[in-house]
Structure formats: C-alpha cells, structure tokens
Design a protein around this ligand. Structure first.
Ligand code: PLP
Length: 364
C-alpha cells in the first residue's frame, strides 16, 4: 500500500471531478472573475445552509476574523477573550486590530472551558471569540449567557466547524458574527484561499460588504478605509459544488471517525469525546498520548503520516512574545500542545487505509 498521508486533497477533487471541471470552464468562459453571480449565489446558499440571514464572501478565514472585529469597533485598549489552544489565526484576528487577546484554558473537548471565562472578564473586555476547534461545537449556552450578562460582543471562529451544531443550531449563528475559512483542507474547502462571515444583523453584513471592497459602496466612492478581501468567482463556484455535497462528505468523515472511536484500543492513547448537546464534523481526529514522539516515529516507519495541531500554542509563539506570557502560564493548553496528534482523515479514505491505520495504532 502507498504511504498514508494525514490528508489527501486530491481525493476530494476526484470525487466530483466532472462538476468541478464544468464549473471552472463555466466561470472562465463567463468573462467575470471577481464578485459576481457565483459569489452572490454562494452567499445565499451558505446563509441558507447555516440558517443565518446574511453571508458575505471574503478572501480568507483570517480576513473574516480581523474584519469582524474591525466592524465591531474593537481595537487598541480593548480585550478579547479566546481559548489558549487555538490556531494562531484566531489570535491574529484580534491583534491585527490592536486589541489584546486574553487566553482561557480549554476543557476536555479541546474547546474553551466556559467555567473559566468569567474570572477573565475586566472593564476592558469587549468580546468573546469562541473557536469550535477540530470540528466540535462549543457549549454556546454558557457563552451566550455571559455575553448578555456583561454586554459583550460574540464572534465565532467556525473555520474548522462548517455545519457543526450546538443544541440543534448551527455554529456561527449564536452571536454577532460567525467567521469561516474555506482553505482547501477545511471541511468545506475551495481550491485556493477563500473565507466568509455570516450574521443575522443587516448593518454588520452591509459594513463588511463595503469594507471588503476598499470601503467602497459605489464605484470610486469610498466610505471607509477598507481592504481588498474579495472572493473570486471561480472559488465561489467551486464552493457551491462542494456545498451541494457537504452533507454526504460530512457523513463519510463521521463514519471513519466512528470506526476509529470503536476500533482503536491502545492504553497509551486517549481518544476524542463529544460533549452532550454538541455535534462534531471531524475536521481532525485528535488523539492524546504521553508517548507522542515514539508514536509519530513508529507510524512514520510504518508508512503513516500524522500532524500536530498545534505544537506551539499562540501565547508561546515568537510572534506573541510581546504579550509577556511565560511557559507555565496556561498549563492545560501547554499540555495539549505536548500530547495531541491528528491521525489520517480525509474524504475518499479507503476501507483498506482505515483498516491499516487502526491495526497499526493498535499494535503500537
Ligand atoms: C484555518 C483557520 C483559520 C484561518 O483561515 P485562513 O483561511 O487560512 O486564513 C482561522 N481559525 C482557525 C481555527 C482555522 O483553523
């Protein structure tokens, strides 16, 4: 058998090859390449899929995050609460605006530990950024209550959680703005960079729509100093194709992960769990182990690739040295960084590949 990689994006393409190729030709022949009919239709379809009123397509997930905080007026002197164990882009979405991230430790589901949020709220706190990490919805009931109690803005980073639900409601719809990435490896992936926000508030949707195009509402009339964060027609077209198959793609990944959870048995490994009330769309299948280096080496020698999401937590990265947070300041976050490991998972993973991964991990 060929080496099994942690992810295989080509398999996702070949699954619907004809539809993607037809869409590419359709857009190429249309003569219209940025912000057009494909983008408008994708925005409508994605809003409808998530249950939000509005969707605005953007150039990336990071843009969705920083533009979200920008239009909410969050900047220098303001604090935003976020979990410590996220992908660094979540934190950059805050700090690009000059605001300060305040980190909260994660719970056993890798999401923000909602029992530790309140103690971090100060006079300066303006918002909570909830990250639905690895594809599992966070406990939004507690977060929404805290936002009401302290009059805070609520932004959700749904870059890994397209379609995940908390108590039957889709992530991204609980607060002011839901931010999405459609980077190729995400569960709803384009073939290049792309992102979007969803919101139920018309003013926010309007502001972001203007901001993404140089702050221009009408051509050559600029209302604010904006950005160029427009979504390409060809990516929007590809996303429409993928979105039309998202439920079956999610079902396929879920089946693989259910197999992992049932059939992986090894005392040295802790398997991921799902919180009551949450659904998981399995962006990653993340195990924990105290013998991570040995496991990585053993799997590698047996032709199985793995990835660590993420080996250095944002507060310890060089980029955030200026925050002055030392090793030991977020022990749970740091422990996850030292023990988590993502095993191979992708649409189009064969039964044979799944069998082999399970067998090999069980005999470690
Ligand atoms: C991928 C990702 C982002 C950033 O998205 P890009 O499209 O790569 O800019 C932000 N947050 C999380 C949690 C992500 O996984």
């Amino acid at each position: 058998m060929d080496r099994i990689m942690p992810n295989r994006l080509d398999r996702g393409f070949y699954k619907y090859q004809k539809e993607f190729e037809d869409k590419a030709l359709e857009v190429l022949r249309s003569g219209w390449y940025v912000l057009g009919r494909e983008v408008e239709n994708f925005e409508k379809e994605f809003a409808s899929y998530t249950g939000a009123e509005y969707c605005v397509g953007l150039a990336s997930g990071l843009d969705a995050l920083w533009i979200a905080f920008r239009v909410l007026g969050i900047g220098p002197g303001d604090e935003v609460i976020v979990q410590g164990n996220t992908y660094i882009a979540s934190v950059m979405g805050i700090t690009i605006n000059g605001a300060t991230p305040v980190f909260v430790e994660p719970d056993e589901y890798f999401n923000i530990d909602t029992s530790k949020i309140e103690e971090k709220i100060t006079e300066k706190t303006k918002a909570i950024l909830v990250v639905h990490l690895y594809g599992q919805a966070s406990d939004m009931t507690t977060v929404v209550d805290l936002c009401k109690k302290y009059n805070l803005r609520l932004v959700e980073d749904c870059a890994q959680a397209h379609g995940a639900k908390w108590n039957g409601r889709q992530v991204g719809t609980f607060g002011d703005i839901g931010c999405f990435s459609f980077y190729p490896s995400k569960n709803l992936g384009a073939f290049g960079d792309a992102g979007a926000v969803i919101t139920n508030k018309k003013e926010i949707a309007d502001d972001i729509r203007v901001f993404r195009n140089y702050g221009s509402e009408k051509r050559y009339y600029n209302k604010v100093v904006g950005a160029n964060s427009r979504l390409d027609e060809i990516q929007a077209g590809f996303l429409r194709v993928r979105l039309s198959h998202l439920e079956e793609l999610a079902e396929e990944k879920k089946k693989i992960c259910e197999r992992y959870s049932e059939e992986l048995h090894n005392d040295k490994i802790i398997l991921p769990e799902i919180r009551e009330g949450a659904t998981h769309i399995w962006h990653q299948y993340v195990i924990r182990t105290d013998c991570r280096d040995e496991l990585i080496r053993y799997l590698d020698e047996n032709g199985i690739g793995t990835i660590i999401h993420y080996p250095i937590p944002p507060h310890l990265s060089e980029a955030y040295g200026y925050l002055g947070l030392k090793k030991g300041s977020l022990p749970v976050t740091e422990r996850y960084a030292d023990t988590v490991l993502s095993i191979p998972l992708y649409n189009g993973m064969t039964d044979e590949e799944q069998d082999y991964v399970i067998r090999t991990i069980n005999s470690f």
